[in-house]
Design a protein around this ligand. Structure first.
Ligand code: FAD
Length: 391
């Protein structure tokens, strides 16, 4: 009997409580039965399977670590476990979820007034309203903290917004889009709840992506958009507040990288046991085993790192540098794992239906979003040397 295919070699999952393990298995079951059969189809068509939203809502995993507003209030560790389970089958679904539950709900949770939280979080928790998060711009990506070109200006009780946002996930269909803009009067970043249907808001789908094709990323154009003061995030008064949201979600992206690598490894391992060359399964060849072991070593190192990262987050000790180091390491290691997974599958490794090609492409997006590998390296570099090398 062949040993099981499982990327959790040191049994980190055994550290979970029974309740946590039940949630993990519920999410795994959903991904394997509902998403796995349709993932390649939607990725290929570059469309989002809207019909999965109610089924995903039933898992009760949105805002999993937030307190109140119908959220489960579980440890941040569970946010990580969920990100891993989603990405293990489909990184696009994990990204859709991370934008909604992490970046959008997280902005409201950390920066919203009580009234704003009461209005949005319960319905977002049930996925009756879907969120997006608009920070990056066509001309400003990594340098968005100091160089944001989208502006806001207060005129009476209203704010007038102008500018563009690029790459904004879920923005073509979201009910609420968090828009970050620079106040022309005090030059500070402010956050706004842009409601679907605002006449000055236009979201055009970005076509021809070679990664995360299922995610609906948009180029947003905002023209003299009027937003009432009541829809300005009341506790977002500078980029430091935006950074709080990113710190909270960056740990989740490291977990997502692990999930992506794990999905590719498990598919590749299964394949090597079935595929025969020279009259025997390729898993019997030493060079193939070496690839598999290097993949597993990377997975195991990533898991140890993100597990500890979430423990720090749950203890209130997480810093930007902690989250950035994990994002750097996991996104680099994931690239290595997915490329070896593709390699051991030979030509079939580039065919979607062999369940590795999608991970290879999607790993590229993980590498660059929520702070590129370079920018996260500079955050850690600044912390350990005392010198900022950003400019
Ligand atoms: P640039 O900033 O132009 O960087 C180009 C290269 O230069 C990179 O390699 C970068 O590391 C390097 N570089 C830049 N500055 C320095 C420096 N000082 N030192 C060394 N190297 C440097 N944004 C959102 O707001 N919301 C979303 O929902 C969202 N979803 C996304 C989904 C996808 C699939 C992608 C690809 C992106 C998404 N983004 C989103 C945007 C993402 O966060 C940005 O792409 C990322 O921050 C990098 O910005 P950029 O693409 O403009 O690259």
């Amino acid at each position: 009997k062949l040993p099981p295919i499982d990327g959790d070699f040191y049994d980190y999952d055994l550290k979970l409580s029974q309740e946590q393990r039940d949630i993990q298995m519920k999410v795994r079951g959903f991904m394997e039965t509902e998403i796995d059969p349709i993932a390649n189809h939607y990725w290929n068509k570059a469309e989002f399977p809207m019909e999965i939203i109610p089924k995903m809502a039933a898992l009760n995993i949105c805002g999993v670590a937030y307190e109140g507003y119908g959220c489960p209030n579980l440890p941040f560790l569970m946010e990580g476990i969920i990100a891993e389970e989603l990405a293990r089958v489909d990184v696009s679904i994990s990204t859709f979820f991370g934008v909604h539950s992490g970046l959008a709900m997280g902005s409201i949770y950390l920066c919203g007034s009580e009234e704003q939280k009461q209005e949005w979080l319960p319905k977002m928790q049930k996925m009756e309203a879907i969120g997006a998060f608009g920070l990056t711009e066509p001309n400003v990506g990594s340098g968005v903290a100091g160089g944001m070109e989208t502006t806001c200006q207060k005129v009476g009780d209203e704010w007038i917004l102008n500018g563009q946002k690029k790459w904004i996930g879920n923005a073509t269909f979201a009910d609420v889009i968090i828009i970050w803009a620079r106040d022309v009067d005090d030059n500070q970043a402010k956050g706004f709840l842009m409601r679907k249907g605002n006449p000055g808001y236009k979201a055009e789908k970005i076509e021809n992506k070679m990664a995360l094709r299922t995610v609906q990323n948009a180029l947003i154009t905002i023209t003299d958009c009027k937003i009432p003061e009541g829809d300005r995030l009341q506790k977002a008064n500078s980029f430091r507040d935006t950074a709080k949201v990113l710190r909270m979600t960056r740990a989740g992206v490291a977990w997502q990288a692990l999930g992506c690598a794990r999905g590719a490894y498990e598919s590749a391992l299964k394949y090597t046991k079935k595929r025969e060359q020279f009259g025997k399964p390729i898993a019997k060849f030493q060079l193939i085993q070496n690839h598999l072991v290097e993949m597993l070593a990377n997975l195991t190192a990533m898991k140890a790192m993100v597990f500890r990262l979430s423990e720090l987050q749950d203890q209130g000790l997480l810093t930007d540098e902690h989250a950035s180091l994990a994002k750097v390491f996991c996104s680099m290691r994931t690239r290595d794992v997915v490329s070896r997974a593709r390699e051991v599958m030979g030509g079939n490794g580039i065919l979607l239906e062999y369940d590795v090609a999608r991970f290879v492409a999607d790993a590229e997006a993980i590498y660059s979003y929520e702070g590129t590998k370079e920018i996260n390296s500079l955050i850690v570099g600044r912390a350990i040397t005392g010198y900022s090398a950003f400019v």
